[in-house]
Design a protein around this ligand. Sequence first.
Ligand code: MD6
Ligand code: FE
Length: 220
Amino acid sequence: MSDGLPSGDLLAGLAGPSTEPLASGAVLLRGFAADEAAALLEAIGRIAAQAPFRHLVTPGGFRMSVAMTNCGAVGWISDRRGYRYGADDPETGKPWPAMPPLFRGLAGRAAREAGFPGFEPEACLINRYEPGARLTLHQDRDEGNLSHPIVSVSLGVPATFLFGGLDRKDKPRRFRVDHGDVAVWGGPSRLAFHGVDALKQGHHDLTGQLRYNLTFRKAL
Ligand code: MD6
Ligand code: FE
């Protein structure tokens, strides 16, 4: 630290976690995963050794700029046939790696903190962003049960999260999401359009120029 000022991470650590409303049913839990973040990243490394990150193709034939893998009983996949959840990794033909208890516990605690007790996700989609990677506005609607929330954990380089309304044309609001932040949304926001701006060049000591995101879903 050349300027002698505490880093953003340290300030967040001093302030402790805080809750920021995004919309009805959606909150950002600032720093909620900060203490576990290094262990989460180590677990991501073990998962990716079994189920490597890959760039999926959309049903329309576009290669996604975000690289993805999964853990849990089922994983989210996209190909020319559509979007869906499946028990096996199509790349390896093997089941997705099990969801680590650390992941399950964090997701349940974050959901409870946001007002959604009893969240027991079967699926964790793991997204990896390199500089320039982005996620266009979309809804998460491939899950069998929309009465449960989604829990989303940001790790590494900060990104701009876009949060719109229930109509694709609603202008999205922009939120910075930092290492250790957890977004939870459900209820009236469950089908809100959302996305991630192209990742800017940056550096995080634990991830280099990359951002990772975990999204936990009750898929079945
Ligand atoms: C990301 N997140 O932050 C992408 N979806 O990398 C999502 O698409 C997302 O963060 C549903 C709920 C929370 C999310
Ligand atoms: Fe999403």
